[in-house]
Design a protein around this ligand. Structure first.
Ligand SMILES: Nc1nc2c(ncn2[C@@H]2O[C@H](COP(=O)(O)OP(=O)(O)OP(=O)(O)O)[C@@H](O)[C@H]2O)c(=O)[nH]1
Ligand SMILES: [Mg+2]
Length: 351
């Protein structure tokens, strides 16, 4: 297989040359900076036309900088999605792949850069260290992710948790899933309360789940009811409170919820965000609900999401932990306790 070398004054010009001659499926074998005469640096890219069968042999025998192969498509994607990062990373194709994956999976350019910088990916290092640098970058990301392992927190005292979030994000369904998991898998005594008096049938929905699971359920229309219901459920290991869906634009309703769930009741709020919504919507929602001092995230509708990078963006922004991921409409199956490994897989799942 023939190796083609292209030299140009900028990375983007060199990439354009590769694309024009070898097409957008071409793969980059190596890239380096050369000292140009008089006119500054030159970039040299060695590439081959795409042919999976011969690529391995070619890269093995190629005496330039060996790396995982990066496609021209990926390079073009990065050029279009980040400012000046390509120049910094062009000499490190392996970390460039990592960077491209993060962007493709929806991690913002800002956080992707932070991870790469902290992982040492932008420092000078020899080609043999590619793997170590990639591993360090991944380790940095995982260090920043905090897991709130919900059932494990129920040791001794009663745990009271309210699920909050926008309309239709999956609060009631998720409560049923968690309640089932807690009572069936963890053998905990669980009680349910619904304070969703806005939507007709909302309380019935949770009551039905409670009946199926054979666990107690109480509706609460005001704070007095809520206090009474909590009193009646005082022997439970865990109480899960379902709340009405709040529009992230309706500050008044969020305020009402805050007035109902006063600090003395010791209720921990968890914010549900659908991964299927936009980054902007997630940010707005998290900001609006911050007055409820939610203590962790539950990300819903992973099955409907095209990419999951917004999870890490949220976790980084607020430095809060994640407790659950939900993956479909089936109760009680479609829920997973969050783990670092699962999140890592989600973040790097796209090629
Ligand atoms: N695809 C998918 N759908 C889900 C998931 N979780 C919940 N749903 C669906 O989303 C819809 C709304 O779910 P609910 O649990 O009623 O949402 P809610 O937040 O309680 O809604 P309101 O009480 O109206 O605010 C239902 O059709 C659920 O089956 C999930 O993980 N994936
Ligand atoms: Mg509901």
């Amino acid at each position: 297989m023939q190796i083609h070398k292209y030299r140009a004054k900028s990375v983007s010009a060199a990439i354009a040359m590769v694309k024009n001659e070898l097409g957008s499926d071409a793969m980059i074998l190596s890239s380096k900076k050369l000292n140009g005469q008089g006119s500054g640096h030159l970039f040299e890219i060695a590439a081959v036309a795409s042919n999976a069968n011969t690529l391995d042999q070619t890269s093995d025998s190629y005496d330039g900088v060996r790396s995982e192969l990066v496609s021209i498509k990926e390079m073009i994607y990065i050029l279009n999605h980040s400012e000046g990062m390509m120049e910094k990373m062009i000499l490190k194709p392996a970390t460039l792949t990592l960077y491209a994956k993060m962007l493709r999976n929806g991690i913002t350019d800002y956080y992707a850069r932070i991870f790469l910088e902290q992982g040492g990916a932008l420092n000078d290092y020899s080609p043999e260290c590619f793997k170590a640098v990639r591993e360090e970058t991944i380790r940095i990301i995982m260090k920043r992710v905090e897991i709130h392992n919900f059932p494990e927190t129920i040791n001794g005292g009663r745990n009271i948790t309210a699920l909050v979030g926008t309309t239709g994000v999956g609060k009631t369904t998720t409560i049923a899933k968690i309640a089932a998991q807690m009572s069936l898998k963890y053998k905990k005594k669980v009680g349910l309360i619904s304070i969703d008096s806005y939507r007709i049938g909302a309380m019935e929905q949770l009551k039905t789940y409670a009946n199926i699971l054979g666990i107690p359920f109480f509706p609460a229309f005001n704070r007095k009811n809520l206090v009474a219901a909590l009193e009646r459920l005082k022997d439970m290991d865990a109480v899960l409170i379902d709340t009405a869906g709040q529009s992230q634009y309706d500050g008044k309703r969020i305020e009402e919820l805050k007035n109902m769930m006063t600090d003395d009741l010791n209720i921990q709020s968890h914010l549900l965000l659908s991964v299927a919504t936009t980054e902007e919507e997630m940010n707005k929602t998290a900001e609006k609900f911050s007055s409820l001092k939610f203590g962790s995230y539950i990300f819903t509708k992973l099955d409907e999401a095209e990419k999951c990078g917004s999870i890490i963006n949220q976790l980084m922004k607020t430095q809060l932990p994640i407790s659950y991921l939900t993956t479909g409409q089936n109760v009680p199956e479609d829920i997973e306790e969050a783990t670092k490994n699962r999140i890592l897989k989600l973040l790097f799942s796209k090629n």
